[in-house]
Write a protein that binds this ligand. Structure first.
Ligand code: XMP
Length: 523
């Protein structure tokens, strides 16, 4: 295992990611981690960058015991300043802050083979990505210079005997052309970490961890939505503890066409998960009656969800008691790594633009412990895991679907007939996208029903009906997105089908707004 200590840099998770790409297992822990409390002996330690300057009041510091572990240490950016601080070098605020591309001149030292290992196979001039305010005024004692840029004389330093390396640039970002090679040199050649981390080993390890946590009789519940994260988490639980895991699918009345049945079929019939479907569609729709404000819709759906889920959990608990089984003690959540990073990082929570619904309230109400089997994984890793677990491909590649569902895609008041129109249109839209082989290219697509009527003519009759807005975006992280450029003939077919097949719609428009300033959803 490689230990990465996170000083709050926006890139810390990328370090983890690149190292896993080399097949090496690593763990990211907050920089406040005491070395004496570590539960494993790392093969090497990486100190990340940070939004802090080393001279800031309250700037975080590494436990000096890191340097007593007797394993190689690599400091990146702020991590380099931490090395200097501990090893007697001089850091100062750079007179010129450096952001973006820089050309690194690699200094090879054939007479210092260990120091030389970090840049083994790296070009003597290589493009790296800088993002820093501090820089080294002088290297610590015993360190030699292994790289410099036009503004940082000591952009990369190394200590031959102590196996300590410091670099000013960020090898983890893709703009650092040979960054992965440098990280691989560190973890594989310098630390000697084995390159056997794979999804298979992850599955075994995680199943073992779940079994130990939950114990031989413990019971776990979790909500499933039919999305990839909750499904993968559920299948993993099923593998670990069988029917002691109860999945609950809440039908909130604003899911897509036939979605509840489809999800039930896959999870229950094919994957063998112990699933309860709680049909609460009428309850949700009655609570949504007359509500137009999107945030209010979200709150109602979030709260009602908790209400229904809790009632189900209590029912299962009562059932368990009757059968002499243990009380439910665990709540499964499909939290992914990026969410974990958000909460351990020094950056503080990012501003909430929309209140996304979650089931956090359940923990307090039912005094449940959280179990999060995907907390180490990135989205694409969850997908490969899902495939290995035998989850069907079309579920693995499903576009994300918001918790409040079609309620935020029917603009204005949500009524059963409006939901049905949006559902039918959405179904045609997605069907045609799949037929055209574009589904995987698009990150998210849906049809929204606008609360306006426009005049049309159908046959000899004048119509006065509603508008469907089609949205399709391409994005990496859903933070920024661009609209998808459909071939026109496909748009034409979709529009024709929707207007002909969906009663109440006489006009279809295509949304050509990017995010920002638009958002992906219309509400
Ligand atoms: P926006 O509209 O904010 O959407 O650009 C970004 C991503 O978040 C999804 N989204 C939600 N997901 N509850 C959810 O679970 C919500 O209230 C919600 N609002 C937006 C949206 O579908 C897109 O993937």
């Amino acid at each position: 295992t490689i230990l990465i200590l996170d000083f709050g840099s926006q890139y810390s998770h990328l370090i983890t990611r690149r190292i896993r790409e080399c097949g090496v297992y690593c763990e990211l822990l907050p920089c406040t981690q005491r070395i004496a409390d570590l539960k494993f002996k790392p093969k090497g330690v990486i100190l990340s960058g940070s939004p802090y300057s080393i001279t800031d009041e309250g700037a975080p510091h590494v436990d000096p015991a890191v340097f007593e572990l007797g394993v190689p240490v690599l400091g990146i950016c702020y991590g380099l300043q931490q090395i200097a601080l501990n090893k007697g070098g001089q850091s100062s605020l750079a007179t010129k802050r450096e952001y973006g591309y820089a050309e690194l001149n690699v200094h090879h030292h054939p007479d210092h083979p260990t120091a030389d290992k970090l840049f083994k196979g790296v070009d003597t001039k290589t493009i790296v990505w800088m993002s820093h305010g501090d820089h080294l005024e002088s290297p610590p004692n015993g360190f030699i210079i292994i790289g410099s840029t036009s503004t940082s004389e000591y952009a990369a330093v190394a200590h031959e005997e102590e196996h300590i390396y410091g670099i000013q640039f960020h090898p983890e970002v893709s703009h650092s052309v040979e960054g992965t090679k440098i990280l691989s040199n560190f973890v594989v050649d310098i630390c000697g970490a084995s390159t056997n981390w794979s999804m298979d080993s992850f599955i075994e390890k995680e199943i073992e961890r779940i079994r130990t946590l939950v114990g031989p009789h413990g019971t776990v519940i979790g909500a499933v939505s039919g999305g990839v994260d909750s499904t993968v988490a559920a299948v993993l639980m099923k593998r670990a503890i069988g029917d002691r895991f109860h999945a609950i699918l809440v039908d909130n009345g604003v899911m897509r066409l036939n979605e509840c049945e489809t999800v039930k079929k896959t999870l229950d019939d094919s994957l063998g998960i112990n699933l309860t479907v709680a049909d609460a569609s009428e309850l949700f729709l009655s609570k949504l009656k007359g509500v137009k404000d999107p945030e209010k819709k979200r709150k109602i759906i979030g709260n009602t969800f908790i209400e229904v889920f809790e009632a189900e959990a209590h029912r299962i608990d009562a059932e368990n008691e009757k059968q002499g089984r243990d009380k439910i003690e665990w709540l499964l959540q499909g939290t992914l790594y990026p969410d974990v990073i958000e909460s351990i990082s020094f950056k503080g929570p990012s501003a909430t633009i929309k209140s996304h619904h979650n089931v956090g309230g359940l923990l307090e109400d039912m005094r449940l412990n959280l179990i999060e089997p995907l907390r180490e994984l990135f989205k694409d890793e969850v997908r490969s895991l899902g495939l290995l677990l035998g989850i069907p491909e079309d579920l693995i590649w499903r576009h994300p679907f918001p918790g409040p569902g079609i309620a935020i895609r029917v603009l204005g008041e949500v009524t059963p007939s409006q939901v049905q129109i949006a559902r039918l249109a959405d179904n045609i839209y997605i069907e045609e996208i799949k037929k055209a082989g574009l589904y995987r290219k698009i990150s998210q697509a849906y049809a929204a029903l606008l609360p306006v009527r426009s005049v049309g003519v159908m046959g000899d009759q004048r119509t006065y009906e509603q508008v469907i807005a089609l949205r399709a975006v391409e994005t990496k992280d859903f933070m920024t997105a661009d609209w998808f450029e459909f071939p026109h003939d496909i748009l034409k077919r979709i529009s024709n089908r929707i207007i002909n097949e969906v009663q109440g719609v006489n006009r279809v428009v295509y949304d050509i707004s990017s995010k920002p300033p638009g958002t992906i959803e219309w509400e």
